[in-house]
Design a protein around this ligand. Structure first.
Ligand SMILES: Nc1ncnc2c1ncn2[C@@H]1O[C@H](COP(=O)(O)OP(=O)(O)OP(=O)(O)O)[C@@H](O)[C@H]1O
Ligand SMILES: [Mg+2]
Length: 248
């Protein structure tokens, strides 16, 4: 049985009488401890898929199963806790007037109960930062430090799945590499799975075992990363790869 299964997930938005099908009948599975890549051009539905999975929004049709059990429209605390999101804009994902340590503590309490206390020293060690830095406000940290704390906050409640939406695209290349290594180490050590959205196919190739390719809300290709990126079967994946190569 897969850790997570998405069954025919569809979502559309309406704005000013115009309908956008952000996701159409998307189905996939995620195994325990697996890092699954999601690629596709801008507007293909990647973030929408993660938002639905996180419980921030509901699909119009279809369902997600965790450990073979459907996630209900109103999730339990335990179900929320199991799936945690890490955003592209790490500084913006923390409350500006709160020290980072307080934000992490608050996140853990809201997910695990008021009595829960995160071990901040241990979390800082896990993400390779000095505990002193956790006493700072988000604006007093570098982008890379902030993203490490965002990872610490997501991991603090011991989720089963991390949702990563372009988490390194605001960072310089060497910081990107450090954050990605950290993510891979944490997933391995804690046996967590991740859905990893990125525009950077070389990063997806290094980090992920399998990849999904989305195009205009539909899943057009899926498979082992080496096969999909090395020898794509679908015309769209080929075009996507060509466009990335042209940009470089
Ligand atoms: N709240 C919303 N209201 C209306 N349309 C939306 C909303 N959220 C997303 N969309 C539309 O749904 C489609 C998918 O958007 P989504 O943000 O999932 O794309 P994406 O693949 O994450 O793109 P990017 O790579 O640019 O982040 C887009 O056409 C977008 O305009
Ligand atoms: Mg997006």
């Amino acid at each position: 049985m897969s850790l997570l299964e998405a069954r025919d997930i569809s979502k559309s938005y309406r704005r000013n009488g115009l309908r956008t099908d952000a996701l159409r009948d998307v189905r996939f599975t995620l195994d325990d401890g697996e890092i699954l890549g999601i690629v596709g051009e801008s507007g293909s539905g990647k973030s929408t898929l993660l938002r639905l999975l996180s419980g921030l929004e509901k699909p119009d049709r279809g369902e997600f199963l965790l450990d073979g059990k459907p996630l209900p429209a109103k999730r339990t605390k335990e179900q929320y806790r199991a799936i945690q999101m890490i955003f592209q804009d790490a500084p913006g994902s923390f409350q500006p007037r709160r020290r980072v340590a307080a934000s992490i503590r608050e996140a853990v309490k809201s997910l695990c109960g008021r009595a829960a206390e995160p071990d901040l020293d241990k979390l800082c060690a896990l993400v390779g930062l000095s505990p002193d830095l956790a006493q700072r406000y988000p604006r007093e940290l570098s982008g890379g430090q902030c993203q490490r704390f965002a990872i610490a906050r997501a991991v603090a409640a011991s989720p089963r799945i991390l949702l990563c939406d372009e988490i390194t695209s605001a960072l310089d290349v060497s910081t990107q590499a450090q954050v990605l290594r950290l993510l891979a180490d944490i997933c391995r050590e804690k046996h967590m799975a991740a859905l990893f959205v990125s525009h950077d196919l070389s990063v997806v190739s290094c980090l992920c075992s399998r990849v999904l390719v989305l195009y205009e809300g539909s899943l057009v290709e899926e498979g082992p990363v080496r096969r999909v990126i090395g020898a794509p079967e679908e015309a769209y994946t080929k075009r996507l790869l060509d466009s990335v190569l042209e940009v470089r």
